[in-house]
Design a protein around this ligand. Sequence first.
Ligand code: MEV
Length: 331
Amino acid sequence: MSAEATAPGKIILFGEHSVVYKGPAILLAVDRRATVTASRRDDKRIYIDSEDLGFSGYFDDGEYTAVTGKEWRGRNMMALAVATRKVMAHLGVDAGVNLKVRSMIPIAVGLGSSAAVCVATTAAVGELFDGNLTKEKISELSFEGEKVIHGNPSGADNSIATYGGIMRYERGEGLKRLRLENALPFVIGNTRRKRSTRNMVEGVKVLKDRNPEVVDPIIYTMAGLSQTGLDALLRGDKHKLGDLMNINHGLLSAIGVSTIELDDLVYAARQEGALGAKLTGAGGGGCMIALAEEENLSNIEKSIRASRGQSMRVNVTDEGVKTRKIENGDS
Ligand code: MEV
């Protein structure tokens, strides 16, 4: 018998980076998912196998032994081992586990792949040991894994991967789920340049510590913009939303997290009539998002591709983490 869990990736509409310090982030779960299958082992090791993420290896007493790895992903592996051990400690279990990880979410480009994998791991291991973990517990335990990867994450990514849908998240205040009347058409443009959220968050901190008199007001402005953006989102005011996305991109550039490739894709989208376009996630590479009227979406996608980006259309999904048991012979 084994257990499987899936969790969604995400885009951040407003509030990346500012949410680490102040104010809300507005997040949307998207229909690209990570899946983790957990099964028991006869020994006490944790074995993690992921073709999609390019690694496999063992954890024994906190020591990692790579079996295969296209690149060094020790921190990502460690995060899953930490989340697994936290679940077992919470349930009072001392056992070994195999984890098979698959993901349809492009990795390290700001779409929440690491949080989705951490959340799916936590939920799958919980289900394997009949833990009946609540969503709150899944999010809390997977946050321990997220900290291993990202250093000082806000908790936004693991929350959206757990609950799905559309969410206002604020550090200390937690999350509020939101409902929208109408679907919002977004295009994602991926620069394909991988980067580390940890490094980007640390870079903003260095800039802020050196220039608090300038950077603090930018962070406050982004936090306020995020709240105003939420009101526009709930009213369905696409033009105001677009304006705020454009302004937010400028502020994110000001704190050093945009890149020439991201700017190229943002301007490519705006040239084709996007109401708003901004980077999403930690920046430094990764992805941007564009909001547009339905009739402009195809041209925006073409324009992103012509600017060497990869374009993706995604839909918001209400489905957060899902678990199921797999009896022998099922798949
Ligand atoms: C990363 O998806 C979002 C950041 O705001 C970091 C965080 O919230 O932990 C850059």
